[in-house]
Design a protein around this ligand. Sequence first.
Ligand SMILES: NC(=O)c1ccc[n+]([C@@H]2O[C@H](COP(=O)([O-])OP(=O)(O)OC[C@H]3O[C@@H](n4cnc5c(N)ncnc54)[C@H](OP(=O)(O)O)[C@@H]3O)[C@@H](O)[C@H]2O)c1
Length: 296
Amino acid sequence: MAEIRESMENIFVTGGTDGIGRAVALDALHRGHQVVVVGSTDAKGEAFLAAAGAAGAADRAVFLRADLRLVSENSRILDAVRARFDRVDRLVLCAQRYHTRLGHTDEGLEQNFALSYLSRFVLSYGLLAQLKRAERPLVLNVCGTGTPAGRVHWDDPQFTSSRRGGFRALLQAARATDLLGVAFARRPDTVGVPIVLHNPDVVRTNLQRELSQPWRLLALTTLALRGVSVEVGVVPLLEVLADPPSDRISAYRGRDRVDMAAPRYATGYDPADAVRLHELTARLLTGLGRADLLPA
Ligand SMILES: NC(=O)c1ccc[n+]([C@@H]2O[C@H](COP(=O)([O-])OP(=O)(O)OC[C@H]3O[C@@H](n4cnc5c(N)ncnc54)[C@H](OP(=O)(O)O)[C@@H]3O)[C@@H](O)[C@H]2O)c1
């Protein structure tokens, strides 16, 4: 690839070994930036490093293997990224797996909540100091924003009772990650660090293949009818990364800006729910003995 010379940025991409995150990471290398990616399987990480090497960017690419469902692993990754980057220009959150069979991590957390929400919470706040050192930082939270589906089950957020299944847990995690954005953007200590919630819409990646039936059939049919390639689907995200909005929070579905205040969507971005979830998370991390991962 012909390299585009820009001033070198430090880019950290979770889920940067496959799909949309990988495309973001490779594009950043192409632009001459330094990139750290995280994924949970070595083979995908090695394939990413091989692609970086083939592009002449081996010295600017790092792969870290971690299971980001675990708070302990997020903490280890935070240490590794802080050791490598004094400044983080772009935090791109793409690590995702659709767990539609209810399951819990070794730390006792519902696994969708752990991966789609708590990991993003820990990394966003944990890298705040590094983001603030960047001239024009951005947190890009790639998620399913712009849909009214899903709610936080306040009575049992870790789904410890068997009354509710994995699909509801998946939807809860999607709502929680939207609320993370709302809470993040309202804190005085995040001024100057905009957060974008970005739903790439229907992009042909491996993600939907993890769903159990009947969701898998539905998702694969939607992909066949409406899905675009990763090369096409990633373009709106690359545009946002190249020129971040100045608003403290914004949401996009593909190229379209989501009106977060519209009656159809507003309850999903409710500031009171965002504060409530933040407080719940503070209790959760404190209960796990990890109050050190909370913002001051
Ligand atoms: N594709 C779509 O149509 C679509 C639609 C709406 C939203 N999105 C959002 O776009 C983002 C990227 O999705 P994608 O479609 O690119 O998915 P993908 O191709 O399946 O990639 C997911 C990435 O996450 C990593 N990952 C999964 N579980 C992990 C774990 N426990 N720890 C660390 N890394 C983990 C995967 O690596 P390993 O497999 O090695 O763990 C991979 O690098 C997600 O946030 C998703 O919600 C996608």
